[in-house]
Design a binder for this molecule. Structure first.
Ligand SMILES: [Zn+2]
Length: 490
């Protein structure tokens, strides 16, 4: 089927609206697996981190990892969920990468329920549940498409089997691919800030399944949905959803039915293809896991987790906003604040401002000039950075000089600002030096100065140019302007 892009702009498409719900699986950063003492680690030699428990050998019994429960509770709290007593269920199905032939998961009584995520544009996406389950092993299929159907051989690595996961199920509140990407991005930032997961989509520690359906705008009940499995980048998520919305609208428009299916997004073809006809929950024959008791975290323990949790993303953003709230540019800086916090530079920012640097300028320098060297930026000494920003605000170095010093500082964060200034032979032109230069210039260029005094502000550029020539571009243009205006106003 060929599907034209952006076809949703056409009038026949505008009668429809999509409904999207997302299931996000995130691996927890525990030292060991969910039910055994095997190491939880990515990228090791295949089948080296295994034992009878995670291989599901007969007679082996699971023992719940307390840290995994703590991390799941952190995620629940960060997503504004109710944390409740819960039980584990067996989800029965066969797949070669699942040695027990069932997955231990949570079904109708999950640990976290009824939360929400606020997106940066203020819209809200409900969280139905965020439950604990175990990951499966990893199959590698040898075929050009990487899919099992055409493969000649499959290798299985059980290192991932039994790694703790939290599956976060959103309400069907998402209405576009853009909103879906924005939700996953914000969700990832929130849960990474809890310290429970690293949220690396490229390593598969965060994976997204998207449930997509479309319906006519005046129709109340939802359309038949299809689930697209294992999307591992925001880009694929957006493309898969757009493709799926178009596919379903085209089917409905030609009086065909959407069949409930699980689909796979083929990155090369840029389209979703049928994986299997969708199973219903009954197909999994869920029943309570007989080898595990119910999970009843005490209120005391939940409180302790809450108290010891890293600061929530929303609070970290608020701490930065507090410091720049008096800035004239406040409304344009909100996006920059989010970037600063997402890049984990907010602690450095707060410390630097604590040493007396101008908050707005510090924010800009950290998010613009330091943007390409985040790792180095994290190692910056806040006192040195504050010293540099202060040199710039007081006009002792120009903004060009300040940026040059900062880029040198990022190359070697143990060097001091003063040593960079002397190494680069940067001359500092304070207001006094500039005034001296201007006094001499005014004597030489009396006609130009008279025109300025008579109100011709264009002459300011002329004087800035002259001062820059004398200082080889190292003076601060703003200081030149201020001093000239002071002279005219007496
Ligand atoms: Zn094990």
């Amino acid at each position: 089927m060929t599907i034209q892009n952006n076809s949703t702009d056409d009038s026949e498409y505008s009668e429809y609206e999509p409904t999207i719900g997302l299931e996000v699986h995130c691996e927890l950063k525990t030292a060991t697996k969910l039910w055994c003492g095997c190491k939880n680690s990515f990228g090791e030699q295949p089948n080296t981190l295994i034992c009878p428990v995670c291989l599901g050998l007969p007679g082996s019994l699971p023992v719940l990892n307390k840290k995994a429960v703590e991390y799941a509770i952190r995620i629940g709290l960060a997503l504004n969920c109710t944390v409740q007593p819960s039980i584990f269920h067996r989800k029965n199905y066969f797949y070669p990468d699942m040695p027990k032939d069932f997955q231990i998961s949570q079904y109708d009584i999950p640990i976290n329920t009824d939360g929400y995520v606020l997106l940066t544009d203020g819209s809200k996406v409900g969280i139905v549940r965020a439950h604990i389950e175990e990951d499966t092993g990893k199959s590698t299929h040898f075929s050009s498409s990487g899919r099992i159907h055409e493969s000649t051989a499959t290798l299985i690595d059980y290192n991932r089997a039994g790694i703790p996961l939290v599956e976060i199920v959103s309400a069907p509140d998402i209405t576009s691919s853009e909103m879906a990407k924005s939700y996953v991005n914000e969700l990832r930032n929130i849960i990474v800030a809890t310290g429970a997961t690293d949220g690396k989509m490229e390593e598969g520690s965060l994976r997204v399944d998207a449930n997509v359906s479309v319906k006519k705008k005046d129709q109340i009940e939802l359309g038949t949905r299809c689930e697209i499995k294992n999307l591992n980048s925001l880009r694929s998520l957006g493309k898969a959803i757009d493709y799926e919305i178009d596919r379903q609208i085209q089917l409905l428009n030609s009086q065909k039915k959407v069949i409930q299916q699980t689909r796979h997004f083929n990155e090369d073809l840029n389209q979703t293809v049928t994986l299997r006809t969708k199973e219903e929950a009954e197909d999994y024959r869920y029943f309570p896991e007989p080898d595990l008791v119910s999970l009843n975290p005490t209120g005391e323990w939940i409180n302790e987790i809450k108290l010891n949790m890293p600061k929530l993303l929303i609070d970290r953003r608020q701490s930065v906003i507090e410091l720049i709230k008096d800035s004239k540019e406040m409304s344009q800086l909100i996006g920059t604040v989010n970037t600063l916090v997402d890049q984990q530079l907010d602690t450095l920012f707060i410390e630097t401002v604590g040493f007396g640097s101008d908050p707005t300028l510090t924010l800009k320098r950290l998010t613009n000039e330091a943007a390409n060297s985040i790792d180095a930026a994290k190692k910056l000494n806040s006192k040195e950075l504050a010293y540099l920003i202060n040199l710039e605000t007081s006009g002792k170095v120009s903004s060009t000089q300040s940026k040059a010093i900062l880029s040198n500082l990022l190359e070697n964060t143990s060097e001091t600002v003063d040593s960079i200034i002397s190494r680069l032979n940067i001359q500092s032109f304070g207001d006094k030096e500039i005034e001296q230069l201007l006094d001499n210039l005014i004597l030489e260029k009396q006609d130009e100065f008279k025109r300025f005094v008579d109100g011709d502000d264009k002459v300011i550029q002329f004087f800035i140019g002259q001062v820059m020539k004398l200082t080889k571009g190292q003076a601060n243009g703003k200081s030149v302007t201020q001093i000239l205006l002071k002279k005219r106003n007496g």
